[in-house]
Design a protein around this ligand. Sequence first.
Ligand code: SAM
Ligand code: DTB
Ligand code: SF4
Length: 325
Amino acid sequence: MTHESVVPPRRVWTREETLALFALPFNDLLHQAHEVHRRHWDVNAIQLSTLVSVKTGGCGEDCKYCGQSGHYDTSVEATRLMDPDTVREAARKAKAAGASRLCMGAAWREMRDRDLARVADMITAVKAEGLESCVTLGLLTAAQAAVLKEAGLDYYNHNIDTSEEYYDQVISTRTFKERLDTLHNVREAGLKVCSGGIIGMGEGRADRAAMLTTLASLQPPPESVPINRLVPIPGTPLATVEQIEPLELVRTIAVARLLMPKARVRLSAGRTSLNDEAQALCFFAGANSIFYGDRLLTADNPVEEADRMLFAKLGLRPDEIQPVQ
Ligand code: SAM
Ligand code: DTB
Ligand code: SF4
């Protein structure tokens, strides 16, 4: 006798369907996205992650958007890997300011085994301060993912950045496939996946649709989806690309919400050039997480006080730390 699965089949989106969502009249798209958002989430709660750059600059990769790449002449100064005590202090401050997660980023192509113990100590320090932990360290092997999980890591961030087709226009030193392999290793280790991308790099709407379709087709989809609006960094090849319209960012967030109803959708880099109204539309469309604190990795982010004022105007409140499962 065969047993029928009790798990309902997951909705699979094609690129064409995703593109059709992008093309909806704005009000129809926002209505649908907000309705899905409201069904799955408390729409007045927002998750706050604070970034710390634990190793800045001098990176061997050639990501055309990034001020930390050693290939371009930018004002970013390279640093050595941070001390776990300094990370702990940053975690304490972030928590006191209201963040629930510390996200540690390193300007590496890939994690090297010789740095694993130090990164594990950083994760332990963040957890000891009562915050969720996230790291973004480049490509990761299955064995390294297991070590980070053992250290208490909650999330691993690794973005696919753009569509598979547009990818080669942006990065030549590692492949789209290698990124998917890292996401697989992260998932297999039992870590939560944070993966999204950047819009406004000169890609088309079809690329944005393809990127979101790829993310939604991961099994299971990421728990966290950062949507970054390109921060133009002087000296990088993408510094002079025309900025994407805020309304197209709102659409991208709405489509992400429709494709991945249970994911945190993070309105990520690029908020300093958005006014309150544009950010409010992003939250209405389904964004329910932001980077909080006046610095991203190297670029500026709104100061905490500005965000607190925005939350007060919109009746938003920082979300609680999720209980450990
Ligand atoms: N080096 C690691 C890596 O690339 O996987 C981790 C850090 S890297 C800075 C993390 C992500 O930040 C990138 O994948 C990209 O999506 C985003 N990012 C970097 N520079 C950006 C910029 N100028 N504007 C928007 N997003 C950016
Ligand atoms: C993500 O998607 N965005 C963050 C985080 N993950 C690591 C990084 C944004 C970086 C913006 C440019 C900078 O600060 O250098
Ligand atoms: Fe290096 Fe990451 Fe920047 Fe690419 S995005 S240059 S891998 S720090």
